[in-house]
Design a binder for this molecule. Structure first.
Ligand SMILES: C[S@@+](CC[C@H](N)C(=O)[O-])C[C@H]1O[C@@H](n2cnc3c(N)ncnc32)[C@H](O)[C@@H]1O
Length: 302
């Protein structure tokens, strides 16, 4: 049984059914995510781009190489590569479709070595391939917010262990803002985010021989105030049983029961240097967008 099948089986067997968000990004999912970034309700990408376009020139120039966690299509990375002119750029992403787009988008900006892998495994491969010089690791778009807050610092410490003194990470984090603005960003009236979320069931049907009736599920976004995160769920509209052949698994759903598919944690600007400090970094710069509260911070490994 492949890893996707194992994780679907174990995730759907939990009392709160869940699926890892990295599986949202097959070819169709990556295309739908790119469409989300153009939605008027999804201000994150535009805010991130405004900060990077304005402040890329303020970044130190001492990096021989740039790597990027979850590069997606890499459309915001151009300003950074222009400013730093690294020898090599390593986009790391689980989605081959995203890496193809990223490589085309940034062609000619550096020697591009795409790495199709998960974050830490991908960073290990960067370390094996990088001969010398300091590394700048990009983690844009608030993708760190997808981590459960209990696992987040462990993950950052694992990143830090793979970095050398003098390396740095540029990290983009979405900030707390009015409830309606946050909810609209994950539940747009056009239905693009709903399609992005429901595509995960389509992917299970296509790749694992599932028989999800996609029309029998609905996209649902909520703000969990206690944990300060938007949660995306897929809500079963009816009582139903689904079979996933490759996972050798039948799964019962009660009407209104949900599968939790993604979390997007929201941050306060003043906690960002504290998170850096707690995980072995020093925050050297913090820029906040004025239109859409979003922060980019440069963390140095010390
Ligand atoms: C929210 S998108 C952000 C894309 C881009 N960085 C941006 O800011 O617009 C997350 C990206 O991370 C990738 N991704 C998600 N989980 C991953 C994981 N565990 N390892 C590697 N890539 C992952 C997805 O395929 C997707 O391209």
């Amino acid at each position: 049984m492949n890893q996707f099948a194992c994780e679907v089986r174990s995730g759907l067997a939990k009392p709160q059914k869940e699926l890892p968000s990295k599986y949202l990004y097959d070819e169709l999912g990556s295309a739908l995510f790119d469409a989300i970034t153009a939605l008027p309700e999804y201000g994150l990408t535009r805010a991130d781009r405004r900060i990077l376009n304005r402040h890329a020139v303020d970044l130190p120039r001492d990096f021989a190489c740039v790597a990027e966690f979850g590069s997606g299509s890499g459309s915001k990375t151009r300003a950074i590569l222009e400013a730093i002119a690294p020898k090599t750029y390593f986009p790391i992403d689980v989605s081959p479709a995203a890496l193809d787009r990223c490589t085309r988008e940034l062609c000619g900006m550096a020697h591009i070595q795409p790495i199709e892998d998960s974050f830490l495994e991908g960073l290990d491969r960067v370390r094996e391939a990088q001969e010398s010089g300091a590394l700048l690791l990009l983690f844009l778009g608030s993708t760190l917010g997808n981590f459960d807050s209990r696992c987040r610092n462990d993950f950052l410490q694992q990143v830090r262990l793979r970095m050398r003194s003098g390396d740095a990470m540029l990290i983009g984090l979405d900030l707390v803002k009015p409830l309606e603005t946050m909810l609209d960003a994950y539940d747009d009236p056009t239905g693009v985010t709903a399609a992005f979320n429901l595509n995960l069931l389509g992917r299970i049907n296509r790749e694992l021989g599932g028989d999800f009736d996609i029309r029998a599920f609905a996209h649902h976004a909520l703000y969990n105030e206690t944990d300060r995160r938007i949660e995306m769920h897929l809500r079963s509209r009816i009582n139903q049983t689904v079979t996933v052949t490759e996972a050798d698994f039948h799964c019962r759903f009660r009407a209104d029961e949900t599968i939790w598919t993604e979390s997007s944690h929201k941050f306060y600007a003043d906690e960002i240097p504290e998170i850096a400090h707690a995980t072995g970094f020093v925050s050297e710069a913090l820029w906040v967008d004025e239109e859409w509260p979003f922060a980019e911070s440069l963390w140095r490994a010390v």
